[in-house]
Design a protein. Sequence first.
Length: 190
Amino acid sequence: MEEVEHKISVLEGAKQALQEKNASFLRELSNKTIHSASTTQDTGSLVSAVLVYALSKLIERRDYLKIKNWDKLANEIAYDFTSAIKAAMQNDDEGFNGALLKARKDLEEFSPDFKNYIQEVIRKASINKASKLYEHGISLGQTANLLGITNWELAEYAGQSKSMEVGNEKTISEKERAELAMNFFGVNAK
């Protein structure tokens, strides 16, 4: 029951943040969802995390201003979120997933002029959220499969992401590495 309440809370918050054009709250909700999705690995939570993150990026970058009738699109997505909430309340996983997939489709197809761009935003959001799942201990292959991206895309992103560092490791500069090497070999660097 706690998971259902979480799904409802996230989508209610996303509806509000979407109407307010609050990108940071959308991103925060997406991160909370991906944390939960790492334990359940259910399709709806993953779609929700990606969709909410993609919306945060469109708002953050002010790309939504380029989409004719953005408010109409935001209302359609909010309606889809409401449908997903109702399905979640009835423990209807298929209905929940279907409503979220419809929201994603609405976003991708609303503005034909921006369809390719929005699909790219969603693809990058998928890669970003996949890296977060990977951080939570889900294998690279399983994570890529869950979010419909290639192992290569995830590995490439993970290799570039500073958040993928393990434990207390930190990156040091070339100068610091050189000094460590010189000290190791007993050479006075100064």
